[in-house]
Ligand binder design. Structure first.
Ligand code: CUA
Length: 196
């Protein structure tokens, strides 16, 4: 072309050098791709948070880890599943090196269940696969998670925070009973299903 010499930007570039407008176009394309990915991730977080209650546990409630077993909410007689006046169920557990106390609890299906868990020693983890229940259990704090089991079945609960030598052996069970059978269970059956 005749004006190649007049406009330096129109000069052919040496091999291997990408023209600036090509770089800008590529950057714009990737900017849009990254924005799209962020949008999709935000949509997934908001959708699962609102429809499946999948969100970070946010209960902040302190308890003395030294004395928690001596009385009050986490005394031995209060552990396990307890029916509340409003029809919901509260499960209280102590998670310690290296066991869940109690190591099996029975809860009813189709009923709001609140787990209240604490640790007297180190950090443990409480997880029910396939549900929204997944929380760290930090000594000094009460972890609280709410869920509703849609059908009867057995859940294995592993400790999912490494807590020293016995960590791999820390397993327990949650047994979900049909809603109409739960009221007939004795307090012992509600907390000792592992022995049945
Ligand atoms: Cu308790 Cu790992």
């Amino acid at each position: 072309m005749a004006d190649n010499g007049a406009n330096p930007l129109r000069r052919p570039l040496p091999d291997g050098i990408v023209p600036e407008d090509e770089i800008t176009r590529t950057e714009d394309r990737w900017f849009i791709v990254v924005l799209g990915m962020l949008g999709v991730m935000m949509a997934i977080i908001v959708a699962t948070g609102t429809t499946h209650a999948l969100h970070p546990p946010s209960n902040v409630e302190t308890i003395d880890p030294i004395t928690l077993h001596l009385g009050g909410e986490f005394a031995e007689s209060n552990l396990g599943a307890a029916a509340e006046p409003d029809g919901s169920v509260t499960v209280r557990m102590i998670v310690e090196q290296y066991s869940f106390v109690p190591d099996c609890v029975q809860v009813p299906a189709d009923t709001p269940v609140t787990f209240r868990i604490t640790s007297p020693d180190v950090i443990h983890g409480f997880l029910l696969p396939g549900t929204n229940v997944n929380t760290m259990v930090v000594p000094g704090y009460v972890a609280e998670v709410r869920t509703t089991f849609s059908r009867p079945g057995d859940y294995a609960m592993p400790c999912n925070e490494f807590c020293s030598y016995g960590h791999h052996g820390m397993w327990a069970r949650v047994k979900v009973a049909p809603r109409d059978q739960f009221p007939d269970l004795s307090p012992v059956e509600r907390t000792s299903c592992a022995k049945q």
